[in-house]
Design a protein around this ligand. Sequence first.
Ligand code: PXL
Length: 279
Amino acid sequence: MSHSPEPIRRVMAVNDISCFGKCSLTVTLPILSRFGIEAVPLPTALLSTHTGDFSKPTRLDLTDEMEKIFAHWESFSLKFDCVYTGYMLEGQLPLAEKIVKTHASRGAMILVDPVMGDNGYMYSGFESDFPKKMRALCQNACVSTPNLTEAMLMTETAYKPILSREESSELYKRLSDIGAKHTVITGVHPNDAEVGDVVVDENGRVLYEKYLPATNRRLHGCGDVFASVLCAKLVMGENILKAVEYAQDFTGKAIEITNKDAQNHWYGLKFESLMDEIG
Ligand code: PXL
């Protein structure tokens, strides 16, 4: 990495700290840093682990602290090149919308990862009206990155793991109606053997579609690794399609490495050894 005298790009990462489990800020901060980006966390909650594979994680709601931190940053007009939002609690959505609108009006790129579920289910701790509220936040996004479950929840589409061409076109149209400039749908299965990512524009047109052989394990934190790498590439000026392809390949390699050590590493992606390949 060069020691450039250019100003460093700065990203606000609005996400939780799941201390153990390899997701959200424990993934996003090192990845952004590795790309030479200044990563500024705005933690939404502090959990002992993610809510996926562990029984009864502890969870401290940081809403009050978030309000104070944002007010302090505003008191000295802290600028961001990007706001990237991930896991948050329902009561934090109005604040997130305020933050996103404030920084969008100053020219920041907005990436909303509408974290709420996977494999047809919402993560524990979310109420049934959460998808509708998260939809409103996605409306403000340059890029939103729902997985297939989140895409279906936000468009009130009954969950199906494998979609026909017609069903996926209808889903993409409904997603584009939400209003993000680009929507990147992850974990799309055109059939049993493949899984991939699709990019649609604001008119529901498919701009990118790439599938890789499906592994039979869905790991928590895949979406966070993908969105963090995508965010970094976009902030560094890459175009959306190349950025998605890079993030997809990076995440695919991390899944492959993790699967080789599945017994020890069942709780998240073993992405660390790939960091040296970022350039
Ligand atoms: O990886 C998404 C995620 C983020 N944060 C928390 C989670 C999950 C997924 O399970 O539980 C707390």
